[in-house]
Design a protein around this ligand. Structure first.
Ligand SMILES: [Zn+2]
Length: 99
């Protein structure tokens, strides 16, 4: 042992350090096995794109504004902006059931 005195604090720090160390080792080895299995099953799989600025999606393509996408509401046959679609659908279906 080193020169530092053995106290309850140093012993508990050692125990928690060992526990965390073995948990991290366990997680890392599981992930490595998972990655190897995926690599063996899908050899030409390319990893997801990571953009720290959040401007590109996971395919590396520029993100589309939600407001530029439209969904067709089958209840009222109108084109509804994607970012308002959930709210529209709730109102639209309620309106339909009241009739
Ligand atoms: Zn509708």
């Amino acid at each position: 042992m080193s020169e530092t005195p053995v106290t309850v604090e140093t012993i508990s720090e050692n125990i928690i350090g060992n526990l965390l160390h073995s948990m991290i080792q366990d997680i890392v080895s599981r992930e490595i096995v998972k990655q190897k299995q995926l690599q063996a099953r899908y050899p030409d799989m390319k990893p997801y794109h990571y953009d720290p600025n959040g401007l590109l999606d996971f395919n590396g393509l520029p993100k589309q504004q939600e407001s530029s996408q439209y969904f067709h509401c089958q209840n009222c046959n109108r084109e509804i902006s994607a970012n308002r679609f959930a709210a529209h659908l709730q109102r639209c279906l309620n309106r339909g059931s009241r009739r």
